[in-house]
Design a protein around this ligand. Structure first.
Ligand code: MLT
Length: 206
């Protein structure tokens, strides 16, 4: 069997009614970081958790490069987004998952690549919970490409990394494709809180 392109963890699901989750860690994290969050937010879900393959500085892992804080190369983001989407499609075949049922749960850099996957590769993702996402690619989804997809954007009131306009701007880019986007702004900074876990749970297992 060919090797899948991203190092990853896969945990099979135990509840067929629970959506499979694509877990995408933040900068400096790894494929183990969000397993507990995934298990708590949606018990019984299959979990697919890749490790970011871009290395910044001394072994800091990410899913696309950063030229400075909040400064990105759109061509590089696009290339990395397609690479991750291709991995997801190959992993879905390997593990028997339906890509359009797959819900991303991404944090920070992981939430940002979940957003660009939805915008550029709606064939590889069914929706998701994007925790502390920002706008990294100012490109609307193609009309109709995200019809029927549910997305929750969870941001914090005192997050120094995310501009206050970003959640609404990202929501508009996703809605251009027909996605059903909910934004929740909670009293928090960039770090996750129990409120995030509860909101993700309500969204994933209504
Ligand atoms: C990013 O680079 O994706 C954002 O700045 C979030 C982060 O990873 O710090």
């Amino acid at each position: 069997m060919p090797r899948l392109s991203y190092q990853h963890v896969f945990e099979p699901g135990t509840d067929p009614s629970a959506p499979p989750l694509l877990l995408l860690h933040g900068t400096g994290g790894n494929e183990h970081d969000l397993l507990r969050l995934g298990r708590t937010a949606s018990p019984g879900s299959a979990l697919l958790s890749p490790r970011g393959d871009v290395v910044e500085g001394q072994g800091v892992l990410r899913f696309f490069a950063r030229l400075g804080e909040g400064v990105f190369d759109p061509a590089e983001i696009t290339r990395r987004t397609h690479a991750l989407a291709d991995f997801v499609l190959a992993a879905a075949v390997r593990y028997g998952l339906q890509p359009l049922q797959l819900m991303a749960v991404g944090f920070s850099n992981g939430a940002n690549i979940a957003a660009t996957m939805l915008l550029l590769r709606p064939d590889a993702l069914g929706g998701g919970v994007l925790l502390r996402s920002m706008l990294v690619l100012d490109q609307p989804a193609l009309p109709g490409s995200l019809a029927g997809r549910r997305v929750l954007l969870l941001n914090g009131t005192t997050d120094p990394l995310v501009s206050p306009d970003d959640p609404a701007r990202l929501a508009a880019l996703l809605r251009a494709g027909g996605a059903d986007v909910k934004t929740e702004i909670i009293p928090a900074s960039h770090q996750l809180t129990p409120q995030d876990v509860a909101a993700a749970q309500r969204f994933l297992r209504p």
